[in-house]
Ligand binder design. Structure first.
Ligand SMILES: [Zn+2]
Length: 225
């Protein structure tokens, strides 16, 4: 079994055998789509992505949280989001206040510190910081909070993500695909995780079997399953 802690599953029109997948959503309509999936290997997340906060009514999605397994993809993006920072922060905090102790799957591009501070401010117990490529010195704070980061297949070529992998302890790492998202002209898919695992095992000098067990344990801990 492979573990995909962050995948836009409703955008992919395929079934993936041997994958446990956390399906994230971006807005009300993808949240509804995600909730309609019935597959025991898929965990369902509802959210408004920081790119969409200026287009979506938050109450519509807050009402869906009790039907979801987790909340995500929420967070902040101070690089690509066209929405004002204060609006992004308002939506993010609103989700955190209404988290019902569910795991949150967060995006924090160019807002890593702000994202972590808000998770701590709202006393969030379970958080996964997706595709973490932020400052190395924040990694110990993420670990100290009991949070996890995901390593994306882009680690094989994205230098700052590789640096994160080199510096992060294995007990906070989970794999993800960000499947459904197109990155540098390639549609990402859960099956890309196999390549990422190979790369992680080389960097961390650990055999694949042991690595898989660690990642499974981290995934289960992060999602309370
Ligand atoms: Zn994503």
């Amino acid at each position: 079994m492979y573990y995909d802690a962050h995948c836009h599953y409703s955008l992919l029109k395929k079934k993936y055998e041997n994958f446990k997948i956390a399906a994230v959503s971006m807005d009300y309509s993808s949240s509804i789509n995600t909730l309609s999936i019935s597959d025991k290997n898929i965990l369902k997340g509802v959210a408004i992505h920081p790119w969409n906060v200026d287009k979506e009514n938050i109450d519509n999605v807050l009402h869906l949280i009790n039907k979801a397994d987790f909340i995500g993809e929420i967070g902040l993006d101070f690089k690509y989001s066209k929405a004002a920072k204060d609006l992004q922060i308002k939506y993010f905090e609103n989700f955190l206040e209404n988290s019902q102790n569910k795991t949150v799957n967060v995006h924090g591009l160019c807002a890593w510190k702000e994202t972590l501070d808000l998770l701590l401010k709202h006393n969030i117990k379970k958080a996964i910081i997706h595709w973490y490529s932020g400052p190395i010195d924040l990694i110990k704070d993420i670990e100290g909070a009991g949070y996890f980061i995901t390593i994306n297949p882009s680690v094989t070529f994205q230098e700052k993500h590789k640096k994160v992998l080199e510096n992060a302890p294995l007990n906070i790492i989970i794999t993800e695909s960000d499947g459904g998202y197109e990155y540098k002209g390639k549609l990402l898919e859960p099956s890309d995780i196999i390549l990422a695992l190979d790369f992680i095992s080389k960097i961390k000098e650990i055999d694949l079997r042991t690595l898989n067990t660690i990642i499974e344990n981290n995934f289960r801990k992060a999602y309370n399953i």
